[in-house]
Design a protein around this ligand. Structure first.
Ligand SMILES: [Zn+2]
Length: 325
């Protein structure tokens, strides 16, 4: 008996952003990802700025973790500036303002099933929601870019000083990080199944920008992120004569968390981004009943690039993120 075979129909079109990629000017595409239980469609928004002239294609993306809003605001500003202020004179810019629209609308880092999108690459078209979005990024976006920056923030209650994370062994990533003129670059090995790892394997470095904390807007962090993107485009001559600023760039090869040696009330006496010396007291953990007041002392000189904003902590909790050489 003849058996009819059915082809799996994709819920999204792999073609649409590619078509727009060759249209001059600003275009906006929505790639359908999935339907909500009420049948409303959820899609991935792709904004493309095409100069119409040859040059590199750069990705600026955000919202991989749906509650990391500073990045979303940075990408929104890049789009606004490219539309209204600065003319793209060569190459293309692809913007993904909200990679994880489920997390964004639910104030959550994750997908509705608890999966972390940034641990789901390269993804699968038949997998979980996270896996489907990862598959779209890997197969629809990555083939068309040369490199990019993915904008993140720290986690809940963990504030990150704005910096770029790269694997220092990746010479192309290091070169790109340098021309962003960001003042702090920190070595970070690849996390398994992350967007950064899969793109590095394809020789299309995605640099990770980290700044601020989840679910909070921080204007200084947002300004730094916008400057990083503008410096990159300006130094590659995609936009002209703007934001040329030189910074005192520092590259750190190591980083580690200083953890609470006891539970108690946690107080920092340094600000995030502060340079510290070896054996400097940078905070205290106090017993509310005055049984102890433990100083937190740096093991190295370096920079405090992450601080826990929790007032009360348990033993072992990460308090200060220190980068050093
Ligand atoms: Zn993140």
């Amino acid at each position: 008996m003849h058996k009819k075979t059915r082809k799996t129909k994709l819920a999204y079109s792999l073609k649409s952003p590619i078509e727009n990629l060759n249209k001059k000017g600003r275009t906006k595409t929505a790639i359908p990802i999935a339907k909500l239980p009420n049948e409303n469609e959820v899609s991935l928004s792709v904004i493309i700025h095409n100069s119409g002239k040859p040059g590199p294609t750069i990705l600026f993306s955000a919202g991989m973790h749906g509650d990391e809003i500073n990045g979303v605001e940075i990408v929104r500003n890049i789009d606004h500036l490219l539309t209204n202020e600065y003319q793209l004179t060569k190459g293309k810019i692809i913007l993904l303002p909200i990679i994880n629209p489920f997390g964004f609308t639910n104030f959550s880092r994750y997908l509705p099933d608890g999966k972390d999108l940034n641990r789901s690459f390269p993804g699968s078209k038949n997998g979980s929601l996270a896996s489907i979005i990862a598959f779209i990024l890997t197969n629809t976006i990555l083939p068309h870019i040369d490199f990019g920056i993915d904008f993140h923030t720290g986690g809940e209650q963990k504030f990150n000083y704005p910096h770029l994370r790269i694997d220092l062994n990746d010479k192309k990533a290091l070169e790109i990080a340098k021309i962003t003129e960001t003042n702090t670059i920190i070595h970070s090995t690849y996390i398994a199944k992350s967007f950064r790892k899969i793109s590095a394997q394809k020789n299309k470095p995605i640099l990770v920008f980290e700044g601020g904390e989840s679910n909070r807007i921080d204007n200084a962090v947002i300004d730094t992120g916008i400057t990083v993107a503008l410096n990159l485009m300006s130094n590659l001559e995609l936009i002209k004569d703007i934001y040329i600023h030189t910074s005192n760039q520092k590259i750190y090869k190591h980083s580690s968390w200083l953890r609470a040696k006891s539970a108690g009330i946690f107080k920092s006496v340094v600000k995030v981004g502060e340079l510290v010396t070896k054996k400097q007291t940078i905070g205290f953990i106090s017993s509310p009943l005055n049984a102890y007041n433990i100083p937190i002392i740096t093991p190295h000189e370096g920079i405090v690039f992450g601080i826990n904003n929790s007032a009360i902590v348990y033993k072992g909790e990460a308090l200060f993120h220190l980068a050093f050489n």
